[in-house]
Ligand binder design. Structure first.
Ligand code: B3K
Ligand code: ZN
Length: 847
């Protein structure tokens, strides 16, 4: 049925040393010639080259044309019969024709606003030329581009250029998925970086003319990334030039092509007027991510796509560490855990659950998931926790030394950590091979000065994996005495059994435990505790993550109780009050404490406890809790709102961003009392996008956004990235009852250019982010959403498939909603000619 299995892996029977490519660019008929220097590893194997949607023009072996009887051409590639192949090395030359202008899937060579651009990961290179399109075939690339565009870019170093042509040579062997080509009318913002060994690299941020006033931040982020990787990992840049290109039509965030990173323009372009604080943070983080791939992905790559988390989990871990060092580490950790729970725990709890290293797939593009990326990063973080910072760094050094230039597996990776630490990591490996989020329950006893914690771990079955043997879980624990002093500093307990106890001796009084500090493992911690104890930790824990976590679980629990009619928990209301004005706590941290769990998170928690999630009740509970917080702390909130105003020019630095974040968090609560008056004033006076968009969203949430939405649109209609925000904000935050109708109205807007992935995601993502709106009981949200997936699929299957994950939470809801979602999924699945991408997703979603 077209499924690929890890167990079927076989090495490629040929070696490929060099590739010489020539592109003669034309929108409707680009010619690509490829000369591959091949040699058989063993006699008798046929030569298979992948190739899709290619028109074969010519085919020659060692200069002689091949006869039709020598090869077989199919929809998926070209196979040359063994009898037609020489025993030793040979050169194969192909010429094909492709039509970049007709490529709406944005995979392979395509066009975006007149500019040629490629996206090859995972299997897009086969849409450019016939090639062994698999990551374990690494070759040196030489590229010649002929075309009218003034700027012609490819990987590696420039080795020649003239009017209408340019040549590039990449000295580092690489798999085809890292190939890139860009051609167009582009302008660069340039700088340099001198590496720790004194090698100078030219840096260019390429954008379309008109966008060059929003590139400075990206250039600085490249320089900071290069410096950080030298300091944190001893990794140096290895080419004469580093090019980064911004493109408006892109299926995801960015791509780490060797020496030529290609970015979604939303992750490059920034100015105070057009980008929010969150945009700035993401731009820096993703620029770091793609740059760090130069070593973890490019120099050392993956043997096959099942090993994707080898490069992605590790590189996310690296970019998280980078942001943590550039900004506020504690705040970054909390943000990452919020995102992990919102996306990965959600994925793990539903029909799409899969291990960080899956063992089968139909369409690999469907596995660029939160589990591979974010959980993959958590697994690397646990290795760091288990080995300590120095042990971890030593293992990383060994990894780079041992595997530079290779295509590796998770087994290679684990072996490096075993060799560097002398430990057996066999049990730890389950984190890579087993799906699902372990639930950790804990009970405590205190007797004769000995405090004992007993843990039980349990992981529910996931699709295809019924049995879940215990994993090695690092549990960072500290103990706080009754007076608020820490009596036992952080210690990492290593849990290996299904049930296991750990004792702390010599204590004068029963302590309050701070468990899973820093979120030391990606598990759900379940502990019977009192609101008073959580309030105590929120006030006293020395671990900032657990301090926030105490407030978060209090909020979650009171919200859950409120969905069935309880009043807001007073202990929670008071504990938060103490923090709002606490000048000793960082503003960004206080903002995080003030921000309530999302409705989706509450629904997930309710479902995890075996109950049915009611989207309307959850929405009402959250609104009521915001009102209760505001009513109880109005004066403090108003004073904090005023005190956080920042005079002077906007700066994207973390300290300022934290103050703006706290200011907007106060405003969100105050809006429930002042009818949006403060938000309206802020919207009128704002000089940066963070406050402008924040205020707009709050007005929309109050049902008072229409005038501001019109003003905003009139001002920004020429700026696509800002208009994306306009679409998303009004859908995500409008009163739920109107979300589906608003979405339908917006889909008629001439600005809804749905073939652009950013715009499509802005509208559909805005709707699905409106939890109660998307899950409107009559199914209008589901129907609208499914209609558009069906419409997008033939145009851009990758993005359609990705967006279908909005339906992964079906099982949380009542029978009526479940049936409506199922019906929509069945309707999609029945579409004739549905893509492999979306049909795999609907099949898994239907279970
Ligand atoms: N490696 C790319 C993702 C490619 C996605 C292909 N569907 C970006 C990144 O993770 O850095
Ligand atoms: Zn990546």
């Amino acid at each position: 049925d077209g499924t690929t299995y890890l167990s079927d892996y076989r090495p490629y029977p040929f070696t490929l040393s060099t590739v010489s490519l020539t592109f003669r660019l034309a929108p409707r008929a680009t010619r690509v010639t490829a000369r591959l220097a091949l040699a058989p590893r063993a006699a008798g194997a046929p030569l298979h080259l992948d190739g899709e949607e290619l028109k074969l023009i010519s085919l020659a072996l060692d200069g002689a044309a091949l006869a039709p009887a020598d090869y077989l051409l199919t929809e998926t590639g070209l196979t040359i019969h063994p009898a037609a192949l020489p025993e030793g090395p040979f050169t194969l030359e192909t010429e094909v024709e492709i039509a970049p202008e007709a490529n709406t899937a944005l995979e392979g060579l395509y066009m975006s606003k007149g500019m040629y651009c490629t996206q090859c990961e995972a299997e897009g290179f086969r849409k450019i030329t016939f090639y062994p399109d698999r990551p374990d075939v690494m070759a040196r690339f030489h590229v010649r581009i002929e075309g009218e565009a003034p700027v012609l870019l490819s990987n590696g170093n420039p080795v020649g250029a003239g009017k209408g042509w340019a040549e590039w040579d990449d000295p580092w062997p690489k798999p085809a998925y890292l190939f890139a080509l860009v051609a167009g009318e582009l302008v660069a913002t340039s700088g340099t970086f001198t590496t720790m060994s004194g090698r100078k690299a030219d840096l260019n941020v390429w954008v379309r003319p008109g966008d060059e006033d929003r590139t400075d931040y990206a250039l600085g982020a490249i320089q900071r990334s290069m410096k950080w990787d030298e300091e944190a990992f001893g990794r140096e840049y290895d080419l004469d030039v580093f090019n980064l290109v911004a493109v408006d039509d892109f299926n995801m965030g960015a791509m780490e092509n060797k020496g030529l990173n290609i970015f979604n323009s939303k992750l490059v372009l920034a100015s105070p007027e057009t980008a929010t604080d969150l945009d700035y943070e993401r731009i820096e983080g993703v620029i770091g991510h793609e740059y760090f791939h130069n070593w973890t992905g490019d120099r050392i790559t993956c043997r096959d796509w099942f090993q994707l988390c080898l490069k992605e989990g590790l590189t996310v871990f690296r970019d998280q560490s980078f942001t943590s060092d550039m900004r506020l580490g504690a705040v970054k950790r909390i943000e990452d855990v919020i995102a992990l729970r919102a996306r990965q725990f959600r994925e793990d709890a539903g029909p799409l659950a899969h291990p960080p290293r899956p063992d089968h797939y139909r369409e690999i593009n469907n596995f660029y998931t939160s589990t591979v990326y974010e959980k993959g990063a958590e697994v690397v973080r646990m290795l760091q926790t288990l080995l300590g910072p120095d042990g971890f760094r030593a293992a990383m050094d060994l990894y780079f030394e041992r595997h530079d230039g290779q295509a590796c597996t998770i087994e290679d990776w684990i072996k490096v950590f075993e060799d560097a630490s002398g430990r057996d990591l066999g049990q730890f490996k389950r984190w890579y091979t087993d799906a699902g989020t372990p639930h950790l329950t804990v009970t405590e006893t205190f007797e004769n000065g000995t405090y004992t914690l007993e843990f039980t771990q349990d992981t529910k079955p996931t699709p295809g994996q019924a049995e879940k043997p215990p994993r090695l879980i690092p549990i960072a624990v500290g103990l706080i005495g009754p007076n608020g002093d820490e009596v036992v500093p952080t210690r990492v307990l290593e849990m290996t059994e299904a049930r296991q106890s750990f004792a702390f001796e010599g204590l004068g009084a029963k302590p309050v435990p701070s468990i899973l500090r820093g979120f030391s493992a990606p598990v759900v911690l379940e502990r019977q505790t009192s609101p008073a104890e959580q309030a105590f930790l929120l006030a006293n824990d020395t671990d900032p993550f657990n301090r926030w976590e105490a407030g978060r679980s209090l909020a979650r629990e009171t919200l859950i109780a409120m969905t069935t009619g309880a009043a807001p928990d007073v202990e929670y209301l008071d504990a938060v009050g103490g923090l709002i004005a606490d000048e000793s706590a960082d503003p960004a941290f206080r903002a995080l404490v003030l921000r309530l769990p999302t409705e989706d998170e509450i629904a997930q928690a309710i479902a995890a406890s075996g109950k049915v999630a009611d989207p309307d009740a959850i929405h009402a509970a959250r609104e009521a809790l915001m009102q209760a917080l505001a009513a109880r702390h109005e004066a403090t909130l108003a004073a904090t709102f005023d005190a956080c105003a920042l005079p002077g020019a906007y700066r994207p630095e973390a300290a300022d961003a934290g103050r703006r974040s706290l200011r907007l968090a106060c405003l969100a609560l105050l809006g429930t009392l002042d009818g949006g008056a403060r938000a309206a004033a802020l919207f009128d006076s704002a000089t940066n996008m963070t406050e402008s968009l924040g205020a707009l969203g709050l007005l929309v949430a109050q049902g008072k956004g229409e005038a501001a939405l019109a003003t905003f649109r009139a001002r920004w209609q020429e700026n696509a990235l800002v208009m994306d925000k306009w679409f998303t904000t009004q859908l995500a935050l409008c009163p739920p009852a109107e979300a589906a109708d608003r979405a339908a109205r917006l889909a008629e807007d001439p600005l809804f250019t749905w073939k652009n992935p950013n715009r499509f995601r802005a509208l559909m993502g805005g709707l699905s982010a409106n939890h109660a709106g998307f899950h409107r009981a009559d199914g209008a949200g589901y129907r609208f959403y499914a209609d558009w997936l069906i419409r997008l699929d033939p145009v851009n299957p990758q993005t359609a498939a990705r967006m279908s994950t909005a339906f992964e939470t079906r099982a949380r809801y009542d029978a009526g909603r479940q049936a409506k979602i199922r019906a929509e999924l069945e309707r999609i699945a029945a579409v004739e000619g549905l893509s492999r991408d979306l049909s795999e997703m609907t099949a898994r979603l239907l279970g």
